[in-house]
Design a protein around this ligand. Structure first.
Ligand code: SUG
Length: 417
């Protein structure tokens, strides 16, 4: 029985605001602020609990060992002597944004009938470029069943790949063959394009996708320049619905025409720029919602950041949409403000995998009790507050390592230590 499972990245104990992501406006705005890792992780766990209560299966990916001493050593430095930006990069809790962990092609789409996952290389941003080895180790444990899954290493540099954040899938039902849409950038504007077309094409080949059910769509330069450093800041897809901003794609008409000719059963719900500007879309993160199919045929819901509710033009547009007779029936705001302050909304925090839950290592799956136990653990072990100046503190380092060790022990995943 193929089901969509959302694997959320648990926000790690080193969560901090170091302003590391050029082109991510929230990260730049909050550089140097004090972060609250405990509150951050509890917000993420509350979102998982709320999604579980909607009847949606929920999985987990784990924070990485931080600071990444091996990475610093490969640069012939260490935490005590590294220059501050390099040190901050080694401490980053950015693996929380699981939408950047990998690109996933579910079994019905692939030539060998297995679900393929390609870990993202994240080469554009130094603080994210060293995530993939620890992510890959986790994916190889969680999806170890080789009759069901194929887990690939990263596409080699220089081809930037940021995973599922630049990949959308339209299908009649999760368990049926779908159209996979890869969105790449080619910006010559102020901010880098992080997803390269060559990387997306390589992934489609290694996943064994059918070219007739695969599209490569260029993200608009305006969107990147306005702060949409990933496509999932301006568009989201679920089953038959693509929900997108009018300025998400470089050649809007062609993109829509290509999508509708390959997926005639799909529906594009577009938010006009006149109703919601790109700036408001990016500030409110309305598209960084989890667009989910509710169980029992109750239609779809958008699990959005509370910032969307607090932006009147955005909320008015959404309320008008809900009042109509469309497929999206519910708006569910969630508070993930600690992650949002680094540019990560509800959709950034999760990796969607369509598979049979019985084929996943159960240590990566959650139920309500397990979420309660993890919340209690976070309450005890996660630091309350971190300022970038704290990153030289050996006391903090010990606290963060202890917190992760406790988590691994609680999940029976000490092998990832
Ligand atoms: O890569 N922020 C992340 C946010 C990722 C959001 N993910 C998706 N859109 N799917 C990024 O820019 C900020 C870290 C810092 O500044 O300390 C950061 O990495």
């Amino acid at each position: 029985m193929l089901t969509e499972i959302n694997f959320d990245g648990l926000i790690g104990p080193s969560h901090n605001y170091a302003g590391l992501s050029l082109g991510n406006l929230a990260s730049a705005r909050n550089a140097g602020e004090t972060a609250f890792p405990r509150a951050a992780a509890l917000q993420g766990l509350a979102k998982m609990q709320a999604n579980l209560a909607l009847g949606l299966p929920q999985g987990l990916l784990l924070p990485h060992d931080r600071p990444d001493d091996a990475w610093l050593a490969s640069l012939a430095t260490d935490n005590a002597t590294a220059e501050p930006r390099l040190r901050a990069a080694a401490w980053s809790a950015s693996a929380m944004w699981a939408a950047n962990a990998a690109t996933v092609s579910p079994a019905p789409d692939t030539a060998d009938g297995r679900c393929h996952l390609s870990v993202a290389n994240l080469v554009t941003m130094p603080h994210r470029s060293h995530e993939w080895p620890q992510t890959l180790r986790q994916l190889r444990v969680a999806f170890a069943d080789e009759t069901q899954f194929m887990v690939h290493g990263p596409v080699p540099p220089p081809f930037g790949d940021e995973g599922a954040a630049n990949h959308m899938r339209l299908c009649p039902k999760h368990g049926e063959a779908g159209l996979e849409i890869f969105v790449y950038g080619e910006s010559s504007g102020p901010f880098p394009a992080r997803q390269h077309r060559q990387a997306s094409e390589a992934i489609s080949r290694r996943h064994g996708l059918d070219p007739a059910r695969t599209l490569f769509v260029r993200q608009s330069d305006e969107a990147i320049a306005a702060g949409a450093f990933h496509n999932d800041v301006v568009a989201v897809a679920n089953e038959t619905v693509l929900f997108a901003h009018e300025q998400a794609f470089a050649d809007r008409e062609r993109a829509h025409e290509q999508i509708m000719s390959r997926a005639p059963w799909a529906q594009i719900i577009e938010v006009p720029a006149q109703a919601v500007s790109l700036a408001d879309a990016i500030r409110s993160y309305l598209f960084n919602a989890q667009l989910v199919s509710l169980p029992n045929g109750d239609g779809m819901a958008l699990v959005l950041p509370t910032e969307a509710r607090n932006t009147p033009r955005v909320w008015n547009w959404l309320e008008t949409m809900i009042a109509g007779n469309g497929p999206i029936r519910r708006l569910i705001p969630v508070d993930v403000r600690q992650s949002m302050a680094n540019g990560g909304g509800p959709a950034c925090l999760r990796l969607r995998v369509v598979c049979d839950p019985a084929s996943v290592d159960p240590r990566f799956l959650l139920d309500g009790d397990k979420i309660d136990r993890l919340s209690a653990l976070v309450d005890i072990f996660w630091p309350e507050a971190i300022h970038p100046d704290d990153l030289t503190s050996t006391t903090f380092m010990t606290q963060i390592r202890t917190a992760r060790a406790e988590l691994l022990a609680a999940l029976d995943l000490a092998e990832l230590g």
